[in-house]
Design a protein around this ligand. Sequence first.
Ligand SMILES: [Zn+2]
Length: 296
Amino acid sequence: MSHIYETMDTLVKGIVKQEAILVVGLIDTKTVEKARLIHDTYPTATAALGRVITGTLLLSSTLKKDQRLTLQVSGDGPLREIVAEVDWLQGVRGYVRRPHIHLGLKNGKLDVGRAVGKGFLNVTKDLGLALSYRGTVQLQTGEIATDLAYYLTTSEQIPSAVSIGVYVDTDNSVKASGGFMIQALPGAQNETIEFIENRLAELPPVSSMILNEMSLPEILGDAIGLPIYFFDKKEIHYHCPCTRDRVLDAIVALGEKEIEDMIDKEKELTIQCEFCKKDYVILPEELGSVLKSMRS
Ligand SMILES: [Zn+2]
């Protein structure tokens, strides 16, 4: 068994030595495979969900204590919508609206762009203390990495390059997933940015570097071609914080009339978490106490 299955999924942060260039890289093969198993996604849907999860994790590198971030991609293609949420500890969860989508290959690659279609990319950040931030851009390609780079450069005004790759094997399992983000901070020199851009144009896909068992420092070293000082390393995991209480809170949205009907018919209600597929069975008595709290 190769070492990529034995090590934890991780995210690293670094800065190009003597330069104002931030580098974030991650390998999340096991996390994306877990998402595939939870949602029973077909290969094109797996790649799309994996790319959105990876993109969300890249963005999570800037979150501070207790902050959360949601990345939503909605398009007119067959997948309809892909959502991933992440917390400041790199606990991530996601879903794709229509998981049983697989399209033919395009140039030997899974055709995520066509499966997503034309639409929008939304980023919502819950910054705590009732502060939130929301940014929206039109999808450029639907391939996710280019759309994220466009979002960062135009909406957050940080010139960025983003590369994301998910490799789905012939048995439909995820054999490699990961990506990196390179950001020019104020003071970055134009010559250095051009030097890195030229290297990126020649770089093999990040998924094939992960398949070749390269480490994150090796991948980022090849991408940048300059010495990097790494200052942070974090574990990534699939994590769904859903609870029975949160489900009960959400039932309020059904409205008093609907809840009354279910109590009258002594019907129990089954609600499934869309992120982890866990079923919550709510008994009529519990519905009664929800109704009581709504009226108090
Ligand atoms: Zn859940």
